[in-house]
Design a protein around this ligand. Structure first.
Ligand code: GRG
Length: 292
C-alpha cells in the first residue's frame, strides 16, 4: 500500500472507545456482546474522518473525539445487525465470530440497539458543552444519515433488491445510503465542530458523498478479489446472497475505474478549501488502494 494511513489518529479513536465505552454495569451479557464487536479491530475510518475533518478546521483531535467515537458506535451497530441471519447471515467479522454467533440473535440485536442509543448519549454528554447549537446540527446530521434517508433506508432497498436485476440508478441509491451516508455524516460533523462556513460545508459534503460511494464500490470489489486474511471475513458473500454490486453490473475493471473517478472527485471537492487537506486527500487515496 502506497498511501499512509493516519495510525496516530486511529490509536486516538481506539483509546477514546475504551474511555467512552459505558462498561461495568448490568446486564453483563449485553456489555460483553457490545464490547466484543466494538473492540474486535476495524479501521476506525469513520472516526478518523470526523477527527481529520475537524482538524482541517482548526479543532484539536481530542476535542472531536466524542463524536468520532459515537460514529464508530453506530458503525459497529450497523455491522452487528448486517451480520444477523435475517440480513447477511455472516459468521466472521474483523477476523472474529460475529456477535450473534457468540451471544445469540436476541442479544446481538439488543447490543446493536444499545450501541446506537449510547452513541447519541455520548455526544450529548461529552460534546455539547462548548457549542450546543453546533452539536445539535451534528446530531441532526448523524441521525439523518442513519435513518430512513440514510443507512437503514439504503439497507432496506438492498434487502428487497436481493436476487433481482437492479439498474445502475438503484444501485447508486443503495450505496449512497447504506454506506455513503454515514461516511458523509462523519466528514460533515467534523466540519460543523470546526465551525465551517456554508461554502466549506458544501465542499466537505461533496467530498464525503464521493468518498462514501467510492468506499462501498471498493467494498464490492474486495468481496470479489480481496484476501480473506486481510479482510477478516469471507469474500464472495455478495454473490452468495445475490446482492447487486458494481462488479456485478458493470464488470470488475469498470468498477475499479468508477471507484478511482469518485476518489478523484472527492479530492477535487477539497480544492476550494483554504486549509491544509493533505490527510483528507490521503484518506481518499486509501479508499481506492485499501485491501482491508
Ligand atoms: C436495523 C436491520 C437494521 C440494520 C441497520 C444493517 C444496516 C442498518 C445497515 C448496514 C450498513 C452496512 C453494514 C453497510 C456496509 C458498510 C461497510 C462497507 C462496512 C465495512 O466497513 P469497514 O470496511 O469495516 O470500515 P471496519 O471493520 O474496518 O470498521
Amino acid at each position: 500500500m502506497r498511501v499512509k494511513y493516519p495510525e496516530e489518529t486511529r490509536e486516538l479513536v481506539e483509546a477514546g472507545l475504551e474511555r467512552y465505552f459505558p462498561a461495568g454495569k448490568r446486564p453483563d451479557i449485553l456489555y460483553e456482546a457490545m464490547s466484543h464487536s466494538l473492540f474486535s479491530g476495524g479501521k476506525r475510518f469513520r472516526g478518523i474522518l470526523v477527527i481529520e475533518t475537524a482538524k482541517t478546521f482548526g479543532v484539536s483531535p481530542k476535542k472531536a473525539l466524542p463524536t468520532a467515537c459515537a460514529v464508530e458506535f453506530i458503525h459497529t451497530y450497523s455491522l452487528i445487525h448486517d451480520d444477523l441471519p435475517a440480513i447477511d447471515n455472516d459468521y466472521l467479522r474483523r477476523g472474529q465470530p460475529t456477535c450473534h454467533v457468540l451471544f445469540g440473535e436476541d442479544i446481538a440485536i439488543l447490543a446493536g440497539d444499545a450501541l446506537f442509543a449510547e452513541a447519541f448519549n455520548l455526544i450529548a454528554r461529552e460534546q455539547a458543552a462548548d457549542d450546543p447549537a453546533g452539536v445539535l446540527k451534528v446530531v441532526a446530521e448523524i441521525a439523518g444519515a442513519t435513518g430512513v434517508c440514510g443507512m437503514v433506508g439504503g439497507q432496506a432497498v438492498d434487502v428487497v433488491s436481493s436476487g433481482k436485476q437492479v439498474d445502475a440508478e438503484t444501485l447508486e441509491y443503495i450505496h449512497h445510503n447504506k454506506t455513503g451516508a454515514l461516511i458523509r455524516a462523519s466528514t460533515v460533523s467534523g466540519a460543523i465542530l470546526g465551525g465551517a462556513d456554508e461554502k466549506s460545508l458544501r465542499s466537505i459534503t461533496e467530498y464525503g458523498v464521493s468518498l462514501g460511494l467510492a468506499f462501498q464500490v471498493t467494498d464490492d470489489i474486495l468481496d470479489v478479489i480481496g484476501d480473506p486474511g486481510l479482510l477478516g471475513k469471507t469474500p464472495g458473500s455478495d454473490e452468495r446472497a445475490k446482492k447487486a454490486t458494481y462488479p456485478g453490473i458493470c464488470g470488475l475493471e469498470r468498477a475499479q475505474e468508477f471507484a478511482r473517478e469518485r476518489v478523484e472527485a472527492a479530492k477535487a471537492s477539497l480544492s476550494n478549501l483554504d486549509s491544509r487537506t493533505s490527510v483528507l486527500r490521503d484518506l481518499a487515496d486509501f479508499v481506492f488502494e485499501r485491501q482491508w
